[in-house]
Ligand binder design. Structure first.
Ligand code: UDP
Length: 324
């Protein structure tokens, strides 16, 4: 298949491009390089375009026959979304609407959408499955949920086929392929923790110590980015026989607190993690852990990196010598 990977210069998108290429697909990456890296586009051609600029989108589709789109372009920081909600609704909702309209004009009727656990808000169950109530507590989650709704409506009205993949916490890297996590500024736990190891003068800030969790720090479900990438390939295959809009939660099903991740990183690296307490970060739910049985049953998805230490080891390989 010829696949358009929107946001393919970013963290998850670049790993998906690598796996698509390895499975024999032809990849074109569309990215505005606002947060992505040209160096991460190592599989397929890079088209510089912006989902907020319809002309640039039209130009990217002109003369091409894409079999499907995989869509990763988004603002994705929970805390920033609370302070700059218009930017989130504009990029994530308006931008996606532009993309969907251009896809429709060019008769591209399949999309895999990068969604998030943040669509659920505060959990009302220990494990979050697809039927869990969706009540986002920050604009980031709300913007992604709006797109999920648009995709469901488009399935009904236009026959668009879609799969929403709701990642819990994407982590890890593929250092041997020259790709990994690199955000500026970096806000995510694992990269910040590994940077604190490398530069002990800047200790990790642990946001919140009084959450209703066993040790008071937030609990998350860390899932390896290559396992996420594998789910995208499976989602594409699934759409062949499954019209309509579908959604799957993707996580390992085990939660780790911030303090547990710190201790695991110390075991993996043999180094002490310098850290200090800091106030809670706006928009953070206390616990987010996935029930991913649907992805296992229907997509045949089975994560390879099931332990937090496996995930951290690959992230450490990247952070010791990042390629960008
Ligand atoms: N976190 C932290 N210090 C950091 C970055 C994150 O204590 O420097 C916490 C954050 O408050 C959350 C968890 O680590 O509870 C995971 O945050 P991250 O930003 O990695 O992912 P998110 O859950 O927001 O998608």
């Amino acid at each position: 298949m010829h696949l358009l990977v929107c946001g393919g210069a970013g963290y998850v998108g670049s790993h998906v491009a690598r796996v698509l290429d390895a499975r024999g697909h032809r990849v074109t990456v569309l990215d505005n390089l606002s947060t992505g890296h040209a160096e991460a586009v190592r599989w397929g051609r890079l088209v510089e375009a912006d989902i907020l600029d319809v002309d640039s989108l039209e130009a990217a589709f002109h003369g091409q026959r894409f079999d499907a789109v995989l869509h990763f372009c988004a603002r994705s920081l929970v805390g920033e979304s609370v302070s700059a909600p218009y930017d989130y609704y504009e990029n994530n909702v308006v931008g996606t609407l532009n993309l969907l309209r251009v896809m429709r004009r060019h008769a591209v009727d399949r999309i895999v959408f990068s969604s998030t656990a943040a669509v659920f808000g505060n959990p009302v169950a220990a494990l979050i499955d697809e039927d869990h109530p969706k009540a986002p507590i920050n604009p980031y989650g709300a913007s992604k949920l709006m797109v999920e709704r648009m995709l469901a409506d488009a399935a009904h009205a236009y026959g668009l086929r879609s799969v929403c993949l709701r990642y819990f916490n994407a982590a890890g890297a593929s250092a041997e392929d020259g790709i990994g996590e690199s955000h500026k500024p970096e806000t995510h736990l694992i990269p910040n923790l590994l940077r604190a190891l490398i530069n002990p003068a800047a200790p990790l800030k642990v946001f919140g110590q009084d959450y209703p969790t066993p040790d008071g720090t937030c609990v998350r479900d860390y899932v390896h980015v290559l396992d996420l990438a594998d789910a995208h390939v499976r989602a594409l295959d699934h759409m062949d026989g499954a019209p309509g809009a579908h959604a799957f939660n993707l996580g390992n099903g085990t939660g780790f607190s911030v303090m547990q991740v710190i201790r695991a990183a110390e075991r993996v690296t043999g180094l002490p993690v310098p850290f200090e307490p800091a106030p809670r970060r706006a928009g953070d739910p206390p616990v987010l852990v996935a029930a991913s049985q649907r992805a296992r049953d229907i997509l045949g998805w089975s994560p390879v990196y099931t332990g937090i230490e496996d995930v951290l080891r690959t992230a450490w390989d990247w952070h010791r010598a990042p390629a960008f």
